[in-house]
Each structure stands twice: as C-alpha cells, then as structure tokens.
Design a protein around this ligand. Sequence first.
Ligand code: AKG
Ligand code: FE2
Length: 337
Amino acid sequence: MSTSFSSLPIVSLSTLSSSSSSLDALEALSLRLDEVFSTTGFAYLTDLPLTYSHDDVFGLCDDFFGHNGLSEESKMKLAKKSFVKNNKNTYRGYFPPQAGADNLKEGFEIGSPSTRSEVRLDTVKFNLTEPNVFPSSNSSFRTRCETLHAELQTLSAKLLSVLATSLGKLPSFFEHYLEDSLSTLRLLHYPPVPAERQQDLICTPHTDSGILTLLHQDKTGGLEVRNSDGEWIPAPYVPGSMVVNIGDLMAKVSEGRWIATYHRVRSMNREGGVRSQGRYSIPFFFEPGMDCVVQSVEGRECVYGEHVLEKMKGWVEFQDVVKVPEESAGRIAVEAF
Ligand SMILES: O=C(O)CCC(=O)C(=O)O
Ligand SMILES: [Fe+2]
C-alpha cells in the first residue's frame, strides 16, 4: 500500500559501486529497496555507479534540443513514421510536441545498440526491434547516447538481481529479462509553456508501464508524485541523484507488493521567464525482450512483446491522430497476466 509520504526516500547505491560488496551490504540494500517500493514506489538513488556526470547527461539533451541543437528539419528527418509517413523508423527516433491537453513535450528515443534487427513485413505497424536512428551531423552524440544506455542497462541488471532477493527469489530470477532487452533511453524536452496557456501540467498523471524506470532530471523541478492521500508531492532534483520508480508490470510481477505510483510534471517556467530552455529529463525504461516470458512471484505469466504492443495503442507518442486520451501521457498501464 502506498503511504502518505511527504518526500521521496533516498537510497544510496554505494554498495553497487564496490567490486567486493559484502553479502550483508547487499542484503541491507535489498531490504531497503523492498521497503521503499512497498511504500512510495519511488525513491532517489545516490552514489550512482555511472561514469556520466549530471552535466554530461544533459549535454545530450542540449545537443539535440538546445539553441545550438538540431533544426526542426533535422529533427523531423528522425521522426517516427507516425509523424512523417516516408520515414522508416516506427518505434525509435524523434517525436514532436503533442497536442494532448496535459502534455507538452518532445523526445528522442533509442534502444540497445546491439538490438537484433529482425526482418519484418512492412505491414507491421511498430517494429520494436528496429535499429536506432541518429543525427548524421554529430557523431559523438551517438556514442555518448549508446554508452549511457549501456551503463543504465548494467545498473538496471544489478538492481534487478538485488530486487529478486527482495522478493525471496534467487538473484538470477530476472536474468532472462536481459536477453534482447528492449530498454529505451528517452531524451525529453518540455518547451517553455506559452504565456497564454492556462494549464500548467506538461506531463499528465500516469504510471509507467514496464519494469523499472531510472530518471535523470535537470534542476528545473516540476516532477510530482502522488501519495496515498491523493496529494502531489514535489520531487525536485537532489544533487547527484537519479529517481527510480516501479512500473505496472513490476507491480504485477510482485503481485501487488510493490507500487507503480502516479506521477506528473508541472511547468515551472513560462515563455519569457528566466529559464527559457524549458525542462530536460531523461527516463530510462528498463524493458525485457519481445519474447521474454514475464512471470510473477506466484507463477502467473505473460509475454512482454504482446502486452507492450497492445498497450502502445494508448501511448501518446504513437498516435496517428492529434487527439489522444488524457490519461495516456507516459508509458502507461500494461494489463498483464
Ligand atoms: O520528465 C519527467 O520528469 C518525468 C517523465 C515521465 O514520467 C515519463 O516519461 O514517463
Ligand atoms: Fe513516467
């Protein structure tokens, strides 16, 4: 059960940075993560085992969306097919700002660089295993994105082995999720809100659909997480941290022990205000492979690819039409099992 928390807990990952972590330290981390995922479903992670600094991470957003970043034309060359009919990429790449009432964001998504690219018929609307697309003008951007993806995937794998023990399973319980994993690194830009816009929500309330989300956010603020009293608790950037949260599928894997908590983003700046660039954030959605059999702690099963394709029908970034249901802002609600 979610609790009436008033701030997000902070969990240090120093244990994961050390090559010789004691079993006691891993056990303590496993218990701590179990506690936070059963109560808030959300936490700040500190002492991150990543080589990227906060500035390095947001340099990627700046290279893509910033004043010296890509032109509209270059971005649209990378847009998914649902936005530019003649483009080939259906799942990876750029999505422009949407017209949904509570959403104001553009994004660029990549999967694992080692994704096995399957030959699929043109009739397949979304090819989840297609290769990434990148701007041709900036070769270091590609390398940096791929390295960040790889580091976040490695961190997710470490977290999952600890979380398996939180659920009373062997550390290898989630290991098969790593095979042909579809994890997505998403660079997000929320442009400054036009002065005349009444609504200050820029990402509508939602739960994430998958297993785990690791979120880098810039210093702008605006992320809010809902507690059990229905209050929206601000989750501003804490120096050196990343946010972690449980997705719907993981809540189901845990048979409701862990919570996929609602969250949203409110605009902290308007056009003409001090922060003219808007907000940057970078969620990393850890996702199993297409054919992965996801099993709950009680043995109920689903195949990841089938469910994700079904639920993509509600994701705002994959609509052919501009009007989308208000609740479908993020990677929401996979009905599994
Ligand atoms: O921008 C943020 O801080 C949150 C983004 C988010 O929740 C999502 O993309 O699912
Ligand atoms: Fe989200």
